[in-house]
Design a protein around this ligand. Structure first.
Ligand code: FAD
Length: 452
């Protein structure tokens, strides 16, 4: 999110975790014709479209090159009868929701923040609490209007240039600039959801409860105590939610303005404070609770404080999110144990049940389980120790047939990436066709060998 400009060096751009950063020339928003001429000219250092900078690592950075931030102007056109919305790549989810909800329609996939953009959401093939029931965003796209790496506008659908369509979904901005997309919406008759939360005493109970919740409710997610050990390992709270069907007039989406988080000189989380915070959170939750929640409260709790990422210390934090098949569910407990033993102070953890594989070769979801853990970066030495543990976990995830979520990643190595996402030949072939001059580039892409 950080974007401070010094004329000679370019702007410093960071991800949400604020643990990485690089400088680039920044332009935008530009009209399609200008963008097209710009890409056709292959600017030095390459080009990357940036959304709201909500990816945690270096996905929206392009050191020494050009970053379009935002690439396009915002526009949102709603087709109420058809139940679709055509939104510009730079339109934020919050802006789209403000337009569609009053018509009784909802975006089919809502990640944990409403600040992200449509372009960033497609480029990461984002998932929500309903991944098992509804898949990820790529499953709901009618079309993508892509400005490819050579500056040519293409209309991509599941039938029309299907390889380019799939390569762009989850393609992390490396196939071109998403100018706009048409997304199918789901009907709602209320902006409220019936939500039930249940405590689970250990990992087996948590996974059983979450599995049952994801099979019978549209939305399901678990908060997991990242610091509990022994018989309490993996304890947590499972939330399930379903839209209320009662008529409620008028339907509107107007979240309260969130207060800005303070910038703290040191990070608040150590192994001791992380344990205290997690234990308290678990213990203060009743065994079972049922109630009604609004859209923002249920889907975007983390948006209640603006830029909370600034409060986690000057070195920022990493989020480690992986997905593994059912056969490797034990890796969730193994990862938490390894992080605790390494004194990594994991302070926030989430588990989701995944149903189907994503549309794109670089899409993250696969049938099984996903664990996401936030980890503070306390010092240079602490970072090195953390990377060493995560490198070992990467290997375990790869061996189990799982993968790391690129939208959260800031450090995955090339060999582990290639073991997780394979075969990549189709994606590479589509990119070679869409961007023959290798114009689209990012720090993440270079790190993982996806671009020069
Ligand atoms: C608090 C929080 C909660 C989150 N919860 C979830 C969650 O529940 N599920 C989930 O899946 N993700 C989640 N995320 C991650 C987030 O959804 C993704 O990182 C998403 O990609 C961010 O979109 P953005 O607009 O900020 O894009 P950026 O972070 O700016 O960019 C991400 C990628 O998209 C590309 N991109 C952006 N715009 C365009 C464009 N117009 N054309 C082509 N490429 C483009 C960039 O090049 C980059 O590779 C969460 C993030 C935060 C901060």
């Amino acid at each position: 999110m950080t974007q401070s400009l010094t004329q000679s060096q370019g702007a410093l751009l960071q991800g949400w975790g604020r643990s990485t950063g690089s400088r680039a020339r920044v332009r935008g928003p530009l009209a399609t014709q200008e963008l097209s001429e710009l890409l056709a000219g292959c600017p030095e250092g390459g080009v990357l479209a940036r959304g709201a900078g909500c990816s945690y690592g270096d996905a929206a950075q392009n050191a020494g090159g050009l970053v379009l931030a935002p690439a396009t102007r915002t526009s949102i056109e709603l087709d109420v009868l058809g139940g679709t919305v055509r939104a510009a790549g730079s339109a934020r989810f919050a802006e789209v929701l403000a337009k569609v909800v009053p018509e009784g329609l909802l975006l089919p996939v809502l990640p944990g923040t409403s600040r992200l953009t449509v372009g960033g959401a497609i480029a990461a093939d984002v998932h929500g609490k309903n991944q098992r029931a509804d898949g990820s965003l790529g499953d709901w796209l009618e079309s993508i209007e892509l400005l490819d790496g050579s500056g040519q506008v293409r209309l991509l659908t599941v039938d029309q240039d299907a390889e380019a369509f799939a390569a762009t979904i989850g393609g992390m901005g490396l196939t071109g600039v998403i100018l706009a997309a048409t997304i199918r919406l789901i009907p709602i008759s209320s902006t409220r959801l019936q939500v039930t939360s249940r405590r689970a005493a250990d990992l087996d109970a948590l996974l059983d409860e979450l599995d049952a919740a994801a099979r019978t409710s549209r939305y399901a997610v678990a908060w997991i105590d990242t610091t509990a050990s022994g018989p309490r390992l993996g304890r947590g709270i499972v939330d399930r939610g379903d839209h209320l069907t009662s008529e409620q007039e008028p339907l509107c989406y107007a979240p309260a303005r969130a207060p800005l988080a303070p910038r703290l000189p040191i990070g608040p989380f150590t192994p001791v404070t992380a344990r205290a915070f997690n234990s308290l959170w678990y213990r203060k939750a009743p065994r079972e609770r049922s109630g009604v929640q609004g859209l923002s409260e249920f889907f975007h709790r983390l948006d209640a404080v603006r830029e909370w990422n600034r409060s986690l210390g000057p070195r920022g934090f990493l989020q480690y999110q992986f997905a593994v098949p059912d056969t490797a569910a034990g890796l969730l407990g193994e990862a938490l144990t390894a992080l605790r033993r390494a004194q990594a102070a994991p302070f926030l953890g989430t588990v989701k049940r995944f149903g189907c594989t994503g549309v794109g070769p670089l899409s993250f979801p696969l049938p099984g389980w996903s664990l996401a853990v936030d980890l503070p970066v306390a010092s240079a030495a602490g970072r090195a120790r953390l990377h060493a543990v995560l490198d070992q976990l990467d290997q375990r995830v790869a061996e189990a047939g799982g993968r790391i979520y690129l939208a959260k990643d800031a450090r995955l190595g090339r060999a582990a990436f290639e073991a997780m996402y394979r075969p990549l030949d189709d994606w590479r072939a589509a990119r070679a066709r869409l961007d023959p001059a290798d114009t689209m580039r990012s720090d993440l892409g270079r790190r993982l060998g996806l671009c020069p």
